[in-house]
Ligand binder design. Structure first.
Ligand SMILES: [Zn+2]
Length: 73
């Protein structure tokens, strides 16, 4: 997964940001390995989603993100 890392303070983001919390607007893209921490399966998904939806809290280094686990069969 690609993360956007601030060139100034090194903080990672999962979405492109205009400006980092530290005030810098200079980012680089880095490929990071993500680790899934917690996954929750929704048995009654919201409209428009496949039958079963899985949300996972993942981490890449010090950055955390909610990922859509999806139904992989
Ligand atoms: Zn920064």
């Amino acid at each position: 997964m690609i993360v956007y890392v601030c060139n100034s303070c090194g903080k990672g983001y999962f979405e492109p940001r205009g400006i980092c919390k530290c005030g810098s607007d200079s980012f680089r893209e880095e490929e990071r390995e993500t680790k899934r921490l917690h996954c929750v399966k929704l048995l009654v998904p919201p409209a428009g989603f496949p039958e079963q939806v899985e949300f996972c809290l993942s981490s890449a280094g010090d950055t955390r993100v909610l990922e859509l686990g999806g139904s992989r069969e």
